[in-house]
Write a protein that binds this ligand. Structure first.
Ligand SMILES: Nc1nc2c(c(=O)[nH]1)N[C@H]1C(S)=C(S)[C@@H](COP(=O)(O)O)O[C@H]1N2
Ligand SMILES: [Mo]
Length: 210
């Protein structure tokens, strides 16, 4: 079909990279701390904080994987300057979670929580895009443990630290608060196309003071 895409060359044929990024062959593993062990009987996915009904929502692993599925083709851009392109992520769209566990009208941000207390904050608008997805699969295969099994968030238009691996829940917030890397020198918004890498680049509108 058509002409061959030059994947062998090592240069992105499908997508342009954000400024300062370079293509990485393969898929490196990058995170802080150990890889958590998945214990299905203890695992749940929670939505809490400022929910519309004031309650908490929780799904077991079985229930979570039965939620509506979608797939999104998206790149990962690590702030340390490598990118991995053209992955097909399968999983539960953020919008499905929002529909089943709606936020209160005054919610402006979310905190996405992962194992060991890792967290990333997002503006509600970044969370609610139709490409934001809680991925369980990449290119048709279950995620491996080191890449975030059973669930990782993918936010295609932001740097990859905004997508926690080993996600366990979402907190709806009525004001912004910094997540793990956002407290440790990374930009509160993290748009790779604007090269928003570090907190010292932030303007007052980009987030709460450090
Ligand atoms: N739980 C958790 N998720 C995380 C991180 C982390 O330290 N802990 N690091 C982020 C960063 S900085 C990157 S670049 C990507 C890397 O994903 P990968 O290891 O699958 O390539 O995971 C993100 N998700
Ligand atoms: Mo990263």
């Amino acid at each position: 079909m058509g002409h061959p895409v030059e994947r062998e060359s090592g240069f992105a044929a499908t997508s342009e990279l954000p400024p300062g990024q370079r293509l990485q062959r393969g898929w490196p593993v990058t995170h802080y701390g150990p890889v958590p062990r998945f214990r299905p009987e203890r695992w749940d996915f929670r939505v809490f904080g400022a929910t519309a009904d004031g309650g908490k929502h929780a799904w077991t692993h079985e229930e979570f994987t039965a939620l509506p599925h979608a797939s999104v083709v998206a790149d990962l851009h690590c702030v340390t300057k490598f990118s991995m392109t053209g992955a097909e992520w399968g999983g539960v769209p953020a919008r499905a979670v929002l529909a089943l566990a709606p936020p209160a009208p005054d919610v402006t941000h979310v905190m996405v929580w992962a194992e060991y207390g890792f967290s990333a904050n997002l503006r509600l608008a970044d969370f609610t895009t139709d490409r934001t997805i809680f991925a369980t699969h990449k290119d048709g295969e279950l995620l491996t443990a080191e890449h975030g099994f059973p669930v990782r968030l993918v936010v295609p238009h932001l740097y990859a630290w905004k997508g926690p691996k080993w996600v366990r829940g979402v907190e709806y917030m009525t004001a912004d608060r910094r997540g793990f890397w956002e407290e440790r020198g990374y930009h509160n918004v993290g748009d790779p196309w604007r090269e928003q890498r570090y907190s010292y680049q932030e303007g007052p509108e980009d987030g709460p003071g450090l």
